[in-house]
Design a protein around this ligand. Structure first.
Ligand code: PLP
Length: 406
């Protein structure tokens, strides 16, 4: 008898985006003349940088002729991209990462979701709340949690993000083996300085734990003092894996390209206590289950490291950050307390009421869609997330409308 993986039955149906869609369609049905401005889902709206498009086209043309045509490429990514990453994303910031420690992939969602496969099922895991739901759900699927009770899964150590700690979780009270961290954070937009990351690295080193560091939004950091990579912290190369993505950095949400860094010095242990290098484990997993990102996409991604590409990406980020600044300022002027929006495209707002109530208010009164914070975990209750991914015109209009309803 064929049987299912029953851990999937523990998963909470993702009501968040279907609920949002349902409320939007009810609003549209009742208000056919009113338009809606979407500042909810974290998807980019601006076109790819011209340098990426040019490189993309040129690479497609190479595929047209036999002597430049490419079949399967290296599963870990082409050297031209891995070397550019090591140089520009790490060594230029003082983080000693080499090209062969980088694994190019088609998304940080897959990588942050798949990485747990290389760890034992009976380890203890710490996951922030509120959180990007992939970390949690993939561990549920793998059977590392108990059932969902009172808004939380059993056997997970939740790291609470609250107004009191500025949405930067404290170290866990009990020992844990695997820790998920995300800075700049989705959904809160909070960022961690060097001291905060150093504290986590020290914790991991002391407790023989490992940190999974999601830096998908590092490009939005605008203060030189804030680390873009956990490898800017001494000792992190032994205890941390880092995830990056071109999705938000360069508008690749539909083009798909990302990468994971597994330093060669990074280790975990066998049940007998023997140290084992994670680089070889992830390399085995990656090359067994993944066949590489397409050549034109990698060429398009590499173009962001050229002079033109760097300027264009900077302008792209600035564009969204102008929106973020406006949203943040307007909400504060209206008397709301906010986190994020300074080094991140997300503004996390204390709605002073139930998350869904505030969502409904903004939708019904202003025709603006946000994301209710409760969808990201128990600690998100009472908050909403507004995203800066839209045009200046739409964001201005949205804020005008919100102002009139408060
Ligand atoms: N990590 C975080 C924190 C995200 O918010 C997202 C996307 O929203 C991702 C990873 C996924 O990125 P990608 O598009 O590379 O799969």
């Amino acid at each position: 008898m064929i049987r299912i993986n029953e851990h999937y039955l523990k998963l909470q149906a993702s009501y968040l985006f279907s609920d949002i869609a349902r409320r939007i369609s009810a609003f549209q049905k009742n208000n056919p003349d009113r338009d809606i401005i979407k500042l909810g889902i974290g998807d980019v709206t601006r076109a790819l940088p011209p340098a990426c498009i040019e490189a993309f086209h040129a690479a497609v043309d190479e595929m047209r002729v036999e002597n430049t045509f490419k079949g399967y490429g290296p599963e870990q990514g082409y050297a031209f991209l891995r070397e550019a990453i090591a140089e520009y994303d790490f060594r230029k910031r003082g983080a000693d990462i080499s090209a062969d420690e980088i694994f190019v992939s088609d998304g940080a969602k897959c990588d942050t979701g798949n990485i747990q496969e290389i760890f034992a099922t009976d380890i203890s895991i710490a996951i922030p709340d509120p959180v990007y739901p992939v970390y949690l759900d993939t561990n549920v699927m793998a059977g590392r949690t108990g059932v969902f009770k009172d808004g939380r899964y059993e056997n997970i150590v939740y790291l609470d993000g609250t107004a009191e700690n500025g949405f930067i979780p404290d170290l866990p009270a009990e020992p844990v083996d695997l820790i998920y961290l995300c800075f700049p954070n989705n959904p809160t937009g909070a960022v961690a300085g060097k001291e905060v990351l150093a504290k986590w690295v020290e914790y991991a080193r002391k407790n023989k734990a490992l940190i999974l560091f999601d830096a998908a939004y590092e490009a939005f950091i605008r203060d030189e003092e804030i680390p873009h990579s956990i490898y800017e912290i001494d000792g992190a190369k032994e205890v941390a894996i880092e995830f990056r993505s071109y999705s938000k950095t360069a508008g690749f949400t539909g083009t798909r390209c990302a990468y994971t860094v597994v330093p060669k010095t990074c280790t975990a242990y066998t049940s007998g206590g023997e140290r084992h290098f994670l680089h070889s484990l992830w390399n085995r997993r990656h090359s067994t289950k993944f066949n590489g990102v397409s050549y034109p996409v990698q060429k398009a991604a590499a173009a962001i490291y050229g002079e033109e590409g760097r300027d264009q990406v900077k302008a792209l980020i600035e564009y969204y950050m102008e929106n973020a600044g406006l949203i943040r300022k307007e909400m504060i002027d209206l008397g709301y307390s906010c986190v994020g929006g300074i080094h991140s495209p997300y503004i996390w707002i204390n709605g002073k009421t139930d998350s869904w109530e505030f969502f409904d208010h903004l939708l019904n009164e202003a025709g603006v869609v946000c994301t209710p914070g409760a969808g990201f975990g128990k600690c998100g209750e009472g908050y909403i997330r507004i995203s800066a991914f839209n045009s200046h015109e739409n964001v201005r209009m949205a804020m005008d409308r919100i102002r009139k309803t408060i």
